[in-house]
Design a binder for this molecule. Structure first.
Ligand code: NAD
Length: 253
């Protein structure tokens, strides 16, 4: 599909992978509607030209509908939705203080899996309203899993479960949306240098970098964003989860 001239919805766009993706899509001529939590939108600095941030919680049907309605009211033709919003708290199944907090597990699944699904279904409805291109394609949804979907480390039980759910939705969502000419692709990043990783000490970050097969460094948000533009432009990629991890296979800890 052509990125230039289309509208794109990017969740988690105030930070990290979402911000880099919003910038890359806008640089290629898309009008980008970035969704993020109210506090993140309020704290966001100057935005690249072509990017607008809207406060919305991805788990909230009405807030996501309202954000999509804003794009529609602008006359923008939504073609692409990229789900980057996510959270990654850490806790073990059974820790020193007892079993994993059930509400914490629910909260992670709510944002990472149900939030992704909520945006995918509502964005698909918006994309399906537009005319297809000459190849019958209306657009695509790109979701973000993690290699923790396949090799969750100690303390990643809720995160791994939520991301395995995102990866698991991919083929069935691609099948469901094929009749509308909408592709669904998931990206499973390894370790990317974003604010989500900023909480770790230099020592831990160096250890993480050393664990990557090649290149032996953390991935850059721009590399994720470039993959999103590649996926958008590659019409034959569909129903697949793509690892972007420098051949990293995560160890238990
Ligand atoms: N950074 C990594 O190494 C890495 C690796 C694999 C997967 N991922 C995934 O990539 C995605 C982006 O991660 P990041 O590193 O850019 O994180 P980040 O913390 O920098 O950005 C995530 C953004 O999502 C927003 N968000 C959180 N909950 C939300 C909600 N309910 N509604 C709307 N917005 C919400 C946050 O406010 C934040 O701006 C996440 O899904 C994460 O799990 C990241």
């Amino acid at each position: 599909m052509d990125i230039a001239g289309s509208a794109a919805l990017v969740t988690g766009a105030a930070s990290g992978l979402g911000a880099a993706t919003a910038e890359a899509l806008a640089a290629r001529g898309a009008t980008v509607y970035g969704l993020d939590l109210e506090k993140a939108v309020a704290a966001a600095g100057d935005l690249p030209e072509g990017v607008r941030l809207i406060a919305a919680d991805v788990t909230d049907e009405e807030q996501v509908r309202a954000a999509l309605a804003e794009a529609d009211a602008d006359g923008a033709e939504l073609r692409l939705a990229v789900n980057c919003a996510g959270i990654a708290p850490s806790a073990r199944v059974l820790g020193r203080k007892g079993p994993h907090d059930l509400d914490l597990f629910r909260a992670v699944v709510d944002v990472n899996l149900i939030g992704t699904f909520n945006v995918m279904r509502l964005a698909a409805e918006a994309i399906a309203r537009h005319e297809p291109d000459a190849h019958g394609q209306r657009g695509l949804v790109v979701n973000t899993a993690s290699i923790a979907a396949f090799e969750g480390q100690v303390g990643q039980i809720a995160y791994a479960a939520s991301k395995a759910g995102v990866a698991g939705m991919t083929i069935t969502a691609a099948r469901d949306l094929a009749q509308y000419g909408i592709r669904v692709v998931t990206v499973a990043p390894g370790i990317v240098d974003t604010p989500m990783m900023a909480g770790f000490s230099e020592e831990i970050r160096a250890g993480l970098a050393a664990s990557v097969t090649f290149p032996q460094r953390l991935a850059r948000p721009e590399e994720y964003a470039r993959l999103i533009t590649m996926v958008a432009e590659h019409d034959y990629l569909n129903g697949e989860t793509i690892r972007m991890d420098g051949a990293l296979r995560m160890a238990a800890r």
